[in-house]
Design a protein around this ligand. Structure first.
Ligand code: SF4
Ligand code: SF4
Length: 406
């Protein structure tokens, strides 16, 4: 695609990157076929090709309006379009640049800014998320049904303390923020399974920076990322062989640290090294080791919902399904697994109507397979699906860890 960037962005780091991405797009529209918002709304401007065009116009200096912000806000950043695109267009990165420029040019209402500020303050803090969930559960009966169903139930006990694992090849296990507060059993299960596999999980907490990053607070996200690099670097120097994430949404951002800090001469090398060490937990679990586990205690019928951050963000399609099958689970395929469930970070809070429509569509597809349990690999999907699912929704690692003998 021919581009003529406006002086305000021409030659800047973002401008050069956006120009390279825009020029790769041949405007074929294949990506519209797998875009959840295009499927729902049928509007060209709510599909990737239309959004790319809106961003192009904006970067070329055309007027930007609230409609531009609206169509960019409706994008889930699920990156299904990247997986589909035959030209390798890095849509996700372009959307980040486009959103930032649109926000700077158009602005947001004070209410929208306040909402986003609260999300950026609460979710990255385990203590604040835990406190917010506690208060929400306490006043649940007083809330309207539409809000009540959004509050997750109290989490299952975390199980054996991960610090019990003291031997093995050292790896860092990122416990995260929302997951640590809403589903602590996932990290405990991961540490237990990693211990069984001969890996010693050293726990490290804190937000990966994804929440600020996806809400266009890029400097704030970079400060968080630099803090993480500083905190994790001593572990890297003393021989941690991997930085393991059990939330695929965090993993996708962690793998991008090198890119996000490529312009920072102080941090770029360490950030790049950390990105190289980051692994989704499914990447450090060998299938052959799971074949020796006792078989699942239930009938073992499972349907796995692959989060977008796993299949499109990290390009790890099929890996968890392979591991679950090796551990003895019977997997049921379902319709349109490439489509987002509507969780998408803070999307389910900021765009509740579209998120709920996507949720209902996803659960219809998943539950047609009559599973005993729905498994997934990201806390956001787990909580979002769990709101309306008729069977338990759990992280796959918890299911497999339960098979590990005491
Ligand atoms: S992003 Fe890719 S699939 Fe979509 S219009 Fe451009 S080239 Fe075609
Ligand atoms: S990231 Fe997802 S919602 Fe956004 S344009 Fe691409 S496919 Fe559509």
């Amino acid at each position: 695609m021919q581009t003529t960037l406006a002086p305000f962005i021409l030659g800047t780091r973002e401008g050069k990157e956006a120009e390279r991405i825009l020029r790769a797009c041949v405007h074929c529209g294949f990506c519209n076929a797998t875009c959840p918002t295009y499927q729902l709304l049928g509007n060209e401007l709510d599909g990737p090709r239309g959004r790319i065009y809106l961003i192009k116009q904006m970067l070329e200096g055309e007027p930007v309006t609230e409609r531009t912000v609206l169509h960019l806000d409706r994008c889930l950043t699920c990156r299904a379009c990247e997986t589909t695109c035959p030209s390798g267009v890095a849509y996700g990165r372009l959307a980040e640049i486009g959103r930032q420029v649109a926000e700077e040019r158009v602005g947001r209402s004070w209410l929208d800014r306040l909402r986003r500020w609260i999300l950026r303050r609460v979710f990255p803090s385990v203590a604040l998320t835990r406190a917010a969930l506690h208060v929400a559960r306490a006043v649940r009966v007083l809330l309207p049904e539409s809000l009540r169903e959004k509050i997750p139930s109290a989490p299952a006990p975390a199980g054996p303390a991960p610090s019990d694992v003291t031997t093995g090849t050292p790896v860092l296990l990122l416990t995260g923020c929302v997951q640590d507060a809403a589903a602590p059993a996932t990290n405990a299960a991961a540490a237990r399974l990693l211990g069984f596999l001969g890996l010693k999980a050293m726990l490290t907490d804190g937000c990966c920076g994804a929440i600020s990053h996806h809400l266009s607070a890029h400097e704030e996200a970079l400060r968080q990322i630099r803090r993480n690099v500083d905190a994790w670097w001593p572990h890297v120097e003393s021989g941690a062989e991997a930085i393991v994430s059990t939330a695929s949404g965090c993993g996708a951002v962690l793998k991008d640290y090198g890119h996000l800090l490529a312009h920072d001469p102080v941090y770029r090398e360490r950030a790049q090294r950390i990105s190289e060490l980051v692994k989704d937990v499914s990447e450090v679990v060998p299938a052959e080791d799971l074949a020796s586990l006792p078989r699942p205690s239930s009938s073992g019928r499972i349907t796995f919902h692959p989060p977008c951050s796993l299949q499109h963000g990290q390009r790890l399609s099929g890996r968890v399904e392979h591991l679950l099958a090796a551990a003895g689970w019977t997997l049921s395929p379902f319709e349109d697994p490439h489509l987002c469930c509507g969780s998408a970070g803070t999307y389910s809070i900021l765009q509740p109507k579209l998120a709920d429509q996507l949720l209902d569509e996803k659960l219809r597809a998943l539950e047609t397979t009559t599973p005993d349990v729905i498994a997934t690999a990201n806390i956001g999907c787990q909580l979002h699906l769990g709101r309306r699912a008729s069977v338990p929704v759990r992280h796959w690692i918890e299911l497999v860890a339960e098979q590990v003998p005491d």
